[in-house]
Write a protein that binds this ligand. Structure first.
Ligand SMILES: C[S@@+](CC[C@H](N)C(=O)[O-])C[C@H]1O[C@@H](n2cnc3c(N)ncnc32)[C@H](O)[C@@H]1O
Length: 240
């Protein structure tokens, strides 16, 4: 299986290149990355699917413009995280992905440490970060690491946020077209329950788990759940 890099400055002698090629070899997946507008984009092998990237500055500006007109306190995600007037918790986002939720958290005013273990997704995050000029990006700290490894080193956390790619029998809908390349690349996070156990054992002020609205709970029954149209945030609080 092959790695194709189209354009940009990724040297075949760099560590990133080695990591990406060894991923392609061992996983049997082909990955094609193209340099467009100053950063790498992920291409699908299916020509009908659009390439994907993380447009940090555009996305942050879009959120900030939205929150000029609409209150952050109305957002179920913000309420689940514990954002209140004058309170902006520090969040450890265990599952970076394409940074959608991390960027929302930044736009709420939270400081975010975000983890990602998948080599291709981590590479895309690094590429997007090096391209960002947004002042809010100073509040985002990225580590290309597995959540369990990070938590074993740094168990003391304020708020832990977890959004695994974990399906259960209640999920019947096909992912949106733009998410399909991502899903086929990352697969299902089969260890999500173990990660939940580890995060819960750390005893954070809040552990927030994002699930499709009708899905089963990932761990035990939550203390509170916040429901959006398609999403549910299960919140676990420390025991008294
Ligand atoms: C559903 S996606 C997260 C989407 C993200 N919340 C967003 O808004 O873009 C899950 C991501 O977390 C990563 N991931 C899953 N389990 C992980 C773990 N234990 N440690 C680090 N990253 C993990 C996967 O590789 C995948 O990229």
């Amino acid at each position: 299986m092959k790695l194709s890099i189209i354009g940009g400055q990724l040297s075949t002698k760099s560590q990133d290149y080695e990591i990406l090629s060894s991923f392609c070899l061992t996983s049997g997946q082909s990955v094609s990355l193209e340099w467009i507008e100053g950063q790498y984009w992920l291409h699908s092998s299916n020509p009908k699917e659009n390439p994907m990237t993380i447009e940090i500055d555009k996305e942050l500006d879009r959120h900030l413009a939205y929150f000029k007109k609409s209150s952050i306190h109305k957002e179920v995600f913000a309420r689940a995280i514990g954002v209140k007037s004058g309170i902006r918790p520090k969040v450890l986002d265990l599952t970076g992905g394409f940074l959608g939720d991390s960027l929302l958290l930044l736009s709420f005013g939270c400081e975010v440490t975000v983890l990602e273990r998948h080599p291709v997704v981590s590479f895309l995050i690094k590429s997007a970060l090096s391209n960002s000029r947004h002042p809010l990006i100073q509040q985002l700290h990225f580590q290309a690491l597995d959540a369990q490894e990070y938590l074993s080193r740094f168990p003391n956390q304020d708020v832990i946020y977890f959004d695994p790619m974990f399906e259960d029998a209640n999920e019947k809908t096909l992912p949106k077209k733009e998410m399909r390349i991502f899903r086929s690349l990352v697969g299902k996070d089969q260890d999500a329950r173990e990660v939940w156990l580890r995060a819960h054992a750390c005893g954070p002020k809040r552990l927030v788990v994002k699930r499709p609205r009708l899905s089963v709970f990932l761990g035990q029954d939550p203390d509170i759940s916040f429901e959006g149209k398609a999403t549910r945030y299960d919140v676990y609080l420390p025991k008294e």
